[in-house]
Design a protein around this ligand. Structure first.
Ligand code: NDP
Ligand code: 8X3
Length: 250
């Protein structure tokens, strides 16, 4: 089985890549950091094919995919659209426009571009699986999530619309919507390298771990092909839906 995972240089993507290799799959793993991809190649061996490119850059994405042997590119069994990021947690009026643009480029345009490259091969084979990593931030608003949450709402609706388009085809689509997950670089990236602030997000909380997300992905992949899990929303037990805030004497 050939699995293309975007964003394997840390977090969920890395854990999913490690577990997929353990299960005997061939993993095509992407990211922008060549050194991290090299480390993974050393660790994971021949069944790991690294591809270094910025997913927000459509021509770089196309060029990277074209370096794959034809029999692999045309035979991706599972595409896991995981690469993504949040930048900033300011209210919209104080946010940095370049942060917003980077999130849109990566989380929505990047995801759409690579899906557009791979999906026709799956449809031609009448076999395939697209797993998109969205977020609870796409389902519920919270302070400072402004554009990040909006990009994830896009991912969720894109997943559901892909399912609608793929009626009559044996190509499955699942949208995974996690809440608070630690053990990744997510908050370090969100806070632009302020690791102390990032660490505080996870203090005294039993958060979801990359292993939990990877287990879910393997469970999904192992479901019989006549079943499509449309969406999987998962939070730590310690987290629940946002309350509706009321400010008195406004
Ligand atoms: P990490 O920051 O640990 O991993 C993100 C991965 O995405 C890295 O491998 C990074 O690689 C890659 N990536 C980011 N931007 C780009 C880009 N422009 N081009 C190519 N690759 C890119 O975060 P997580 O593992 O936590 O996050 C993975 C996904 O899960 C994201 O989509 C995130 O939004 C989502 N998510 C995370 C949650 C959490 O609480 N952690 C909860 C819900 C969803 P590199 O830097 O090498 O390019
Ligand atoms: C990541 C989870 O709650 O930080 O998507 O938005 S959250």
């Amino acid at each position: 089985m050939n699995i293309l995972i975007t964003g394997v240089t840390s977090g969920f993507g890395k854990q999913i890549a490690v577990d997929c290799i353990k299960n005997g799959f061939t993993v095509i793993g992407t990211g922008r950091r060549q050194n991290k991809l090299d480390e993974l190649k050393n660790e994971l061996g021949d069944n790991f094919i690294p591809l270094c490119f910025d997913i927000g850059d459509i021509s770089a994405t196309k060029m990277a995919l074209q370096t794959l042997p034809n029999d692999i590119l045309a035979n991706i069994d599972v595409l896991i659209n995981n690469a993504g990021l949040a930048l900033g947690l300011e209210s919209a009026d104080k946010a940095d426009i370049s942060d917003w643009q980077a999130m849109i480029n990566t989380n929505t345009l990047g995801l759409v571009n690579i899906t557009h490259e791979i999906l026709p091969f799956m449809v031609a084979k009448n076999d395939g699986y697209v797993i998109n990593i969205s977020s609870t931030a796409g389902n519920y608003p919270y302070f400072g999530a402004n554009v990040y949450g909006a990009t994830k709402a896009f991912v969720t609706q894109f997943s559901l619309n892909l399912r609608a388009d793929l009626i009559g085809k044996k190509v499955r689509v699942t949208n995974i919507e996690p809440g608070l997950c630690g053990g990744t670089e997510f908050s370090n990236v969100r806070f632009h390298g302020d690791d102390d602030r990032a660490g505080k997000v996870y203090e005294n909380v039993e958060f979801i771990r990359p292993e939990d997300i990877s287990n879910m992905v393997l469970w999904l992949i192992n479901q019989p092909k006549h079943i499509n899990i449309n969406r999987l929303e998962v939070m730590p037990t310690a987290q629940t839906f946002a309350g509706l805030t009321v400010v008195k004497d406004l």
